[in-house]
Design a protein. Structure first.
Length: 163
């Protein structure tokens, strides 16, 4: 299933929201990985450590908000390993060690998440389907998460410029 398709059923919507959950788990895990590595480096920039800690906490919050939306839908859950494979194929082509700098990796994660939510909102808005969850509340919730991802992109780029 592609985010570029129109969302026409609760099942499709639940699957896309599950992709968001896994994407947030990826960002959360990578932020934690980098944060742990920075804790061991006495010369590490504390601003980067704070950014990574905030990103990890924000991803966990986004994941919980997405899971709450999924719970409201009357849809069969998609097996986790299937969703994880979709996320890995679409968004997980790189690994933390593929980047020369932790900030580039973080920027890639923030941008991928922003793009995912932007595409998901567009797919929902282009659909005329009725969902088991209020459309306006759904779009508002996803728009808030997308805005937080945009702010994350801005925070990372500001920190990169400052270096």
């Amino acid at each position: 299933m592609s985010v570029s398709e129109r969302v026409t059923t609760d099942h499709q919507l639940a699957r896309l929201l599950q992709i968001g959950v896994v994407l947030e788990e990826v960002v959360e895990a990578r932020s934690f990985h980098h944060y742990q590595a920075l804790l061991e480096d006495e010369s590490a920039d504390p601003a980067i450590a704070r950014l990574l800690e905030h990103a990890r906490e924000e991803s966990a919050d986004h994941r919980e908000r997405l899971e709450a939306l999924i719970t409201e839908l009357d849809a069969e859950s998609v097996p986790f390993d299937e969703v994880e494979g979709l996320v890995d194929a679409q968004y997980g082509r790189t690994r933390p060690e593929d980047f020369d700098d932790v900030l580039y990796d973080q920027l890639a994660g923030e941008e991928s998440a922003y793009k995912f939510y932007d595409d998901l909102i567009a797919a929902i808005e282009s659909s005329e389907a009725t969902f088991g969850i209020d459309r306006d509340r759904l779009v508002d919730a996803l728009s808030a998460i997308r805005q937080e991802e945009a702010e994350g992109v801005e925070e990372v780029t500001d920190l990169m410029r400052g270096r």
